[in-house]
Design a protein around this ligand. Structure first.
Ligand SMILES: [Zn+2]
Length: 370
């Protein structure tokens, strides 16, 4: 009887501390450094090697993404920086190009853009980013907002589908963007829109609505079923795993990255952990780990390294362990997801390698056949 009670209490105790006992089905916190990982959404706006060095130390490979963002070097300068980073560490870094829309209102914008992209692919770009400036900022000659489903962009999408070149699309913004600062759901959004009021759409009611951005993006997905499309930032459907799941069901060519949106999973885990866990299990082939870490020439090496390591380790803890934990962007504690190994392998590596042929550390060739 005593022995049975002893065995029973041992079983109960081990069930309560899953991340501390050897467990063939799950990784634990200590596995962080030994498991090969990808972060498919960073911005290396510098030739400084600090982030790449930290990535090497933490067993992470990077996809650096060019965007036409204010405060960033020009897209042409980013192209030069990205190529230098890839050249310095081809096993660690790959890059996604983008194209400018400064010249949108010129008659030969399409021709200029196609030429620019072709040159980028010849120089090693493995994907193309289409940023939120299309939809949120860009206006045509008549002063109308240009959305992603604009007919003038169609030949670009057809070209990319034909070349099997993956697109990373950031359309719209998190839903918080249409709320007053005080009503935003996570702290990182409040901080961002406080700093960037030009993108705080609550202050710009004349601009397209949240729903219009989502519809325009969905239109592109529907028109181009053969286009490999990764929706950056959970496809701007970060606020509900159920809503995001509906889009993933409807558009088989859609995959999403988690860049800068982990807090939204954590927030939902606070109220409905099972829904978030179930979402990861159901869509384990469609989710890609990413952070949105951005590095600039004036950043200090030690700060860059610490921030990256802390972010990668905190996210690993959330996805892999069963700990009760906290994160800077979320109010209060939440339970980590404790995902099975097979799912972790997919979101950290296999899905990235499949979505981005030619990504660093693989032998596959990028989509384009020159
Ligand atoms: Zn980004």
């Amino acid at each position: 009887m005593f022995i049975r009670a002893l065995v029973w209490s041992f079983l109960v105790l081990s069930a309560c501390t899953p991340s501390r006992k050897p467990d063939a089905g799950h990784y634990n916190l200590a596995d962080f450094g030994t498991i090969e990982k990808y972060d498919t959404h960073v911005h290396l706006n510098t030739t400084d090697p600090s982030l790449v060095q930290q990535a090497e130390a933490d067993n992470v490979r990077l996809l650096t993404i060019n965007v036409e963002a204010p405060g960033y070097p020009t897209v042409e300068e980013q192209e030069t920086l990205a190529r230098a980073q890839v050249q310095a560490a081809p096993q660690r870094v790959a890059y996604a190009t983008t194209f400018t829309v400064r010249n949108w209102n010129q008659a030969d914008w399409q021709q200029q853009t196609l030429q620019y992209l072709q040159e980028s692919f010849a120089q090693g770009a493995i994907a193309v980013k289409i940023w939120k400036n299309i939809g949120i900022e860009l206006k045509d000659n008549e002063g109308k907002y240009v959305m992603i489903d604009n007919p003038r962009i169609e030949p670009i999408f057809r070209f990319l589908a034909e070349k099997k070149m993956p697109v990373i699309g950031h359309q719209g913004e998190p839903k918080d963007c249409w709320m007053p600062l005080a009503e935003m759901t996570v702290k990182n959004n409040r901080y961002y829109y406080q700093k960037h009021p030009q993108y705080h759409m609550y202050l710009h009611p004349e601009a397209p609505s949240y729903e219009q951005h989502i519809q325009a993006r969905d239109q592109v997905l529907a028109r181009h079923p053969d286009l490999s499309f990764t929706g950056a930032h959970l496809g701007s459907l970060e606020w509900s795993v159920a809503e995001l799941g509906k889009r993933l069901d409807k558009y088989p060519n859609l995959t999403v990255d988690m860049a800068a949106r982990m807090a939204h999973f954590q927030l939902q885990a606070k109220t409905d952990w099972q829904a978030v866990y179930g979402f990861f299990i159901k869509y384990q082939d469609r989710l890609i780990y990413a952070t949105d870490i951005a590095v600039f020439a004036n950043h200090e090496a030690a700060t860059v390294k610490k921030r990256a390591h802390d972010t990668w380790l905190r996210d690993w803890r959330f996805l892999v362990t069963g700990d009760l934990m906290q994160a800077p962007a979320v109010e209060g504690a939440f339970k980590a997801l404790h995902l099975p190994r097979g799912v972790v392998d997919k979101i950290y590596r296999k899905n990235a390698v499949r979505a981005f042929p030619g990504i660093a550390g693989t032998k596959s060739k990028p989509g384009i056949k020159k």
